[in-house]
Design a protein around this ligand. Structure first.
Ligand code: AKG
Length: 282
């Protein structure tokens, strides 16, 4: 039987923090070479934007909020990073899993000047994924000061509650309210009632958070720099396909998966252990 995956970036105190708080900040996990390769590939990623990309602009405001998913399927550097970079092992180790499956990536670019907030949400409420071993790794490609960084409600993954999924753009047709899940609490109305965590980030750092941890992000009103981030979502041993009535994001359900089935399939590739070659057919 394969052992639980290990990563040089995860020790017992990091593991404890992740389990308790639902989020951990890891410093200098991604090399400058990877950051440069990913940044260089961004114009191609934007040029080849897929069918699920979004571009939000507030009238009269400089700066766009661009997002796209499944970039790895169009831009080889993103696939190479997901398959051979350090994040799969980080994910496997923090999930205490023997396997790591790549669910999807999410490129988020908040150009200088956009006031567009990312609303409070839990990633799992958008997903066709059940189970507890699933997480997201938020990897900024630019320096991110505290004021524009992702924020988290500490320990919210342990509330035992999945809330309704809300659209990132209130004018979109996305419906995340068909599963009888309660609406999200209005965290911004009473922020003092919550223990909010945030970190200033440098390229190479990453935030790893449980799929049920509540998080949000402010706009980017820094007039000088974009906030370009690659988020990657990973699943472990107990993660499985679920059907929900609400819309899902990204709107992909894998390849002929049935409820309860493990996710690994060509759309959601298993990364660790590295699958062996297919046996030759006679
Ligand atoms: O970067 C952002 O604004 C939001 C990112 C996010 O919600 C995620 O990666 O799950």
């Amino acid at each position: 039987m394969t052992d639980v995956i290990q990563s040089e970036y995860v020790d017992t105190s990091i593991q404890h923090e992740f389990d308790q708080d639902g989020v951990v900040c890891l410093r200098q996990v991604i090399s400058p070479e990877w950051i440069a390769k990913l940044k260089n590939a961004l114009p191609t990623a934007i040029q080849l934007a897929g069918p699920n990309h979004f571009r939000f602009e507030n009238p009269g405001e400089a700066g766009l909020f661009f997002g796209d998913v499944l970039v790895w399927q169009r831009v080889p550097v993103f696939e190479e990073f997901m398959r051979t970079g350090p994040l799969a092992a980080v994910a496997g180790s923090l999930m205490q899993s023997r396997t790591v499956t790549f669910y999807h990536d999410f490129l988020l670019i908040k150009e200088a000047g956009t006031s567009k907030r990312t609303p409070w949400h839990q990633d799992q409420s958008y997903w066709c994924v059940g189970g507890t071993q699933a997480l997201t790794i938020w990897t900024p490609l630019d320096m991110v000061p505290l004021e524009t960084s992702l924020e988290f409600v500490k320990g919210s993954h342990r509330w035992g509650q999945l809330f309704e999924a809300v659209p990132f753009d209130p004018s979109s047709k996305f419906r995340g309210d068909r599963d009888g899940r309660p609406p999200l609490p209005d965290i911004d109305a009473v922020p003092e009632d919550y223990d909010i965590l945030r970190w200033a980030m440098e390229p190479g750092d990453c935030l790893v958070f449980n799929c049920k941890t509540l998080h949000a992000a402010p706009g980017n009103q820094d007039p000088r720099r974009s906030r370009r981030v690659l988020s990657t979502c990973w699943a472990g041993d107990d993660a499985h396909y679920v059907e929900i009535k609400s819309d899902i994001a990204p709107p992909v359900k894998g390849d002929n998966l049935t409820p309860g089935q493990a996710l690994a399939c060509p759309t959601f590739p298993q990364i660790l252990p590295v699958p062996g070659p297919l046996p030759e057919t006679v």
